[in-house]
Structures are given as C-alpha cells and as structure tokens.
Write a protein that binds this ligand. Structure first.
Ligand code: OXT
Ligand code: ADP
Ligand code: MG
Length: 569
C-alpha cells in the first residue's frame, strides 16, 4: 500500500467550513459559480445556512447588516473578479459604517494572475480590496485556513468593527492535507471582542465636565446601538435626566416617545447646548462636522466616547476624550456621576416646548386627505407610523431621499437596532440586502420604506425573499422618479429628464411574478391595511404606494449639498 492510500486527507473546503463553524458563523450570503459552487454545497451539507442572492452587492449588504445587528461578522462569499467587485461595494459600505463582516472570494491562480496571463476571471483582488476594507489577507495554503479565518473574525469585530477581505487563492482551494495534522490546527479563538476599559483619569475629566454643564446633551449614534449596552445607556440617560438626541440608526435605543428625547427639537438643542456627551457617533457630515451653523457657530465642549482613538479630534477639539468600549465607558461614567443632580428644569422645559410644537405642527399633515393614487409622504407615512407602533419588534429598513427623510422624522422607533438606513454614505442600494440580513438574524418581520429609485438598486432580490419565504414587506414609495416624477427634460426634446422613471409603474407586479404578494395601494388606509396584513401573515409582500409625482423635493433635506451651475454660457 502506498502512503497516499494509508493517510487520510482533508481538503480546503473541509478546513474552511470547520473554521467558519469554530468562529460561530452560521449563515453565508452570496452567489455560486466557479470556483466556489462545490464549497457552498459542502457548507449546506455540513449544516451551514446559505442565502443565495441575485447580485453580490446585495449579499454583502445583508452580511454587513447581519454583522451590525448581532455583533458577529456576517459572511459573504463571491466568485472572482466581477463577483468579487460587486461584493466589495457592500464590504466598503460595512467598513464605512463600522459593521463587522467578512468577504470571502474565490480567485484565479496566483501563477497566471501575477504574470497577467489572462486566466479565467483574473484579477489582483487582494490589492483591489485593500483600500476599502479594514484588512485584506490572502490564504495561499490549506494549513493557514484556521488562523486566517480567526484573524479575519478578530479584525472584523474588535476595535472599530469593519469588513475584512479573505482572498481564497486557487492554489489553496485545490489543496489537501493529512487529517490528523488538520485537526491539530483547527481551534476556537478566545475572546475575539475584548473589553477596552477607559482610563480612570479620562472618566473623571468627563464626569467633571458633565457635572458643570448648564445645558448638557447626550448624542447617541449607531455605535451606541451596535455596542448592545442598552440597559446601561438608558440608566445613564434617566439617572442624569439629560436630554438625548439619537442619530437616525440610534432611534429606538431609547424610545422616540421618551420624555427626554430631543429628536423633534434637533435644530434647537444643537446650537443651544453647552456640553455634549457623544456616545458612538462621529462628528462627520451628518453632524455638520461639529461646527458651523448646525452648532450655532459656537465651539461646544465635547465629551466623546469612542473605541477608536483616532476618532478623537477628527474635526474639532474634544475637551474630554473617553477612549474605550461603550459598555465599559458608560458603566465607569455612571459610577463617577453618582449623586449628580438632574439636568436643569428650565433647559428641559425649553426643549419640551419645542418638541411639543414640532409634534403639533406635524400631526395634522399626517392625516390630510388626497385623491386616490395621489398620496404624499406625510399622509402615507402617517398611516404607516400608526401600524408600526403596534409592532415595535419589526425592523424598519429605509432608503431614498424624501422617502428616507420623511420616514426618519415621522415613524417612531421603540426598540434598539430596529432601524437600518442609507447610513454614513447616504447610499441607495442597501435596501433588499438589509431586509434579508435583518429577517434572517432577527427572525422577526421586516418592513422596508423604499424610494422608487432606491428600490431599483436591489429590487431583483424580491425573488430571493420569496424563495426563502422571508417575512419582509417592501413599500415602494412610487412618485415616479428620483426626488419627483414630473420633471421635464431641460433640453426640450422627448427623452425623459435625468430624474424621471416610466410613469404609473406597477412595482407590485414584480413580486407577483415570483409568487409573492403584490398590492397596489392608492390611499393611506389601503397602505396601512396591506402592511398590517403582511406583518401578520409573514408573507413576502411588495406594496406599490401610489404617490403624487409632484410629491418630494430635490435631495430631500440635504439639498444644500447640491452644486448649481455657476454660469450659463
Ligand atoms: O429641528 P428642525 O426644525 O430642523 O426639524 C427637524 C426635527 O426637529 C424634526 N423632527 C420631528 N418633528 C416632529 N415630530 C417628530 N417626531 C420629529 N422628529 C424630528 O424634523 C426635522 C428633521 O429631523 P432630522 O432628520 O433629525 O434633522 P435634519 O436636519 O434633517 O438632520 C440632518 C441630517 C443630515 C442628519 C439628516 O438630514 C440625515 O440624516 N440625512 C441623510 C440624508 C441622506 O443620506 N440622503 C440620501 C442620499 S441623497 C442622494 O445622494 C440620492 N441619490 C444619489 C445616489 C446615492 N445616494 N447612492 C447611490 C449608490 N447612487 C446614487 C439617489 C439616486 S437620493 C437618490 C434617490 C432618491 O429617489 P427615491 O425615489 O429613492 O426617493 P424619493 O426622494 O422619495 O423620490
Ligand atoms: P452615526 O452615523 O450614528 O453618527 P457613526 O457610524 O458615525 O454613527 O459612529 C459610530 C462610532 O461608534 C464610530 O466612531 C465607532 O468607532 C464607534 N463605536 C462602534 N462600536 C463601539 C463600541 N463598542 N465602543 C465604543 N465605540 C464604538
Ligand atoms: Mg422617488
């Protein structure tokens, strides 16, 4: 007998599958093809869950959102070159948002690729990925798989989370090794997300600043939601009595109807406050970069809790940096703030007045009547708000311009991590991937409010939802275009304007083609009834919400970022 027949061998698929399982990975999102199809079949055969998509960007979006919701990296698997590049868009989005995920991709052989000899789907993927992810590693040998997967997981979840790219080289994927040696290499990493305790001196500095504040404010970002320190954050807010302002994905960390929520008084509290405790938010464009008009043109005293030291002083000086993980920082701060008197009644009273005035101004617009087929953002979303208030555990996915901004303002959130949206980049195309990722990891119904343009970026995934029978209800806010549907071509000829789509489109027919439920809703009451039915039945549903093509404004609430022509020739 030769050695080869005596020694039991394992292959690279086995090592990859076992390593993913050792790291607690249960779901993989992606698209099959050369050279990973058999790997996916083996993953399923070994009890792993596979979610097959229609476009890799959506699979990668699902993985990123799964990472955000669970704190464990979502995993996306793609084929080389074009498949990889499609997936990279989602990985880049995860990195930008600080969500842990791993992009695995098959790759052409190193020998041909490095000599640029034109292998099938040849591409230098490792270097293409590198600028867009937190780290990129290549596995060239089967025996390196356990350490590479553990390294990818640890990199994705520790510190500021992000995406990690793992290049599955052809040489590695075709490798085998003796089973006994392989078993000795497989391991489960210890403590991949270690605590990062803040320096006691930094805690004291922060506590002293907060104690001396006259008009303090707590700003909660999606890092605070991600940290899953919900009870401690709530206790800090309630014990100090300080008003809080949630960034869009932090809505629901404390309920939007909480008496200390300053959301409806945003443009009052930001300029008026004196000391701001930032918990897991960046002073980026969404916060006017910490200065200027948004902040009343005064430099505030900022206390910033963040796990990433380089985030401190990124835009404006931070008076009291608190570097560490949010759970540990909040616990330490609570201890240091014990006995602090509640926030000033006059400050709270002023905020309450503005909150009530905003709500009273908004309320009648949510009930306004419009002719059938001519809903606007206010009355359609007002009806949706009332339905969703009954189902607080539903995850809301939201993208668009007017569809995004109005939903953020109108629809209240009551539980943490129940709102997923265009995020840090303000991108379109997160929608259906986010719906699927959220439905998979929460097991609860998901409702998406999608601009009709936004929906188009990932719309083909309605087939995926139907195939996996996921409890997702997609509402397409159909105003016939980007921002509006009634713009005419500025050149005067017959082609459509850059922002318009085919008028009267029936998106509901798309899901019917695959066996899902389609509804054409012409009135707020029809919309509300269809959403409630979808939540109760858990059937994949697409509602075409017929809006007035004139509903909407250019770029929603960020029109100021547009560039207008300076000169007409
Ligand atoms: O205080 P004031 O008075 O200011 O009032 C605020 C709150 O106090 C008040 N408020 C309330 N009032 C009453 N009651 C309650 N409960 C309440 N809560 C709040 O409401 C206001 C607003 O509050 P908010 O939102 O907190 O405050 P504000 O000032 O708006 O906040 C500032 C921001 C910056 C934090 C906020 O505006 C924000 O988060 N904005 C995000 C904007 C964003 O990301 N937009 C998406 C990108 S736009 C554009 O780029 C688009 N594209 C290009 C494109 C993209 N993006 N991606 C890709 C891959 N390709 C291309 C495209 C193609 S949008 C787009 C498609 C658009 O068309 P669609 O058909 O999809 O969508 P429609 O527009 O619907 O047609
Ligand atoms: P938002 O868009 O809601 O303002 P950002 O994504 O800009 O939020 O900011 C989130 C911040 O939270 C990032 O700077 C990130 O480093 C930080 N962060 C994420 N997780 C943690 C954690 N567990 N502990 C401390 N900081 C965290
Ligand atoms: Mg639109």
């Amino acid at each position: 007998m030769s050695n080869e027949t005596e020694v039991e061998l394992v292959d690279a698929f086995y090592m990859l599958i076992e390593s993913l399982k050792n790291n607690g990975i249960e779901n993989v999102y992606g698209i099959p093809g050369i050279p990973v199809t058999a790997l996916i079949r083996s993953w399923q055969a070994e009890g792993g869950k596979w979610y097959g998509f229609r476009h890799e960007t959506n699979a990668a979006m699902a993985a990123g959102v799964a990472g955000y919701l669970t704190g464990k990296p979502g995993v996306c698997l793609t084929t080389p070159a074009p498949g990889f590049l499609n997936g990279l868009a989602g990985a880049a989005n995860a990195t930008t948002n600080g969500w842990p995920m791993i992009l695995l991709s098959g790759a052409a052989g190193r020998r041909n690729t490095d000599l640029q000899q034109g292998a099938f789907e040849e591409m230098d993927q490792l270097n293409a990925a590198r600028p867009h992810v937190k780290a990129a590693y290549r596995i060239n040998h089967i025996s390196d798989i356990p350490i590479a997967v553990a390294r990818a997981v640890r990199t994705a979840v520790s510190g500021r989370p992000g995406a990690v790219y793992l290049d599955l080289s052809h040489e590695m994927l075709t490798g085998t090794m003796p089973a006994a040696a392989a078993e000795a290499l497989l391991f489960t990493p210890v403590d991949p997300t270690p605590k990062q305790l803040p320096d006691p001196a930094a805690v004291k500095r922060a506590a002293d600043l907060l104690k001396g504040a006259k008009k303090p404010l707590i700003l909660l970002g999606k890092g605070a939601a991600y940290a899953q320190a919900d009870a401690d954050i709530k206790a800090l807010v309630e014990d100090t009595g300080i008003p809080f302002l949630p960034m869009s994905m932090a809505k629901g960390l404390l309920p939007d109807n909480h008496p200390q929520c300053a959301g409806p008084a945003r443009s009052y509290v930001l300029p008026e406050c004196d000391v701001v405790l930032i918990v897991g938010a960046r002073l980026n464009w969404l916060l006017g970069n910490g200065k200027g008009n948004t902040w009343g043109n005064q430099l505030k005293k900022f206390i910033q809790i963040d796990i990433l030291p380089q985030e401190i002083d990124s835009n404006v000086p931070i008076a009291a940096p608190l570097v560490g993980d949010i759970a540990s920082c909040i616990a330490a701060l609570r201890e240091a703030l014990k006995g602090m008197p509640k926030a000033d009644a006059a400050w709270m009273g002023g905020i309450a007045e503005r909150v009530n005035a905003s709500k009273e101004k908004l309320a009648p617009t949510l009930k306004v009547e419009t002719p059938p087929g001519m809903m606007n953002y206010r009355n359609s979303l007002g009806a949706l708000r009332d339905v969703l208030a009954k189902y607080p555990s539903v995850t809301l996915v939201n993208e668009g311009a007017n569809a995004l901004d109005n939903t953020r303002m109108i629809v209240d959130q009551y539980q943490p991590r129940k709102r997923i949206d265009s995020g840090t980049w303000g991108i379109m195309g997160i929608g259906m991937g986010a719906c699927i990722g959220a439905a998979v990891v929460t097991g609860e119904p998901v409702v998406a409010v999608e601009g009709d343009s936004a929906f188009g970026f990932s719309g083909m995934e309605v087939e995926t939802m139907v195939r996996y029978n996921l409890p997702i209800c997609v509402i397409v806010m159909n105003n016939g275009g980007i921002y509006k549907g009634n713009e005419t071509n500025a050149g005067g000829y017959d082609d459509p304007s850059p922002t318009s789509f085919a008028p009267g489109s029936r998106y509901d027919k798309m899901i019917e083609a695959f066996g899902g439920v389609g509804v054409n809703a012409q009135t707020p009451a029809e919309l509300a009834a269809a959403v409630e039915e979808a939540i109760k039945s858990r059937k994949p549903t697409l509602i075409n919400a017929c809006l007035d093509p004139d509903a909407g404004v250019e770029s929603g609430r960020i029109a100021g970022l547009n560039i207008e022509r300076k000169k007409k020739k």
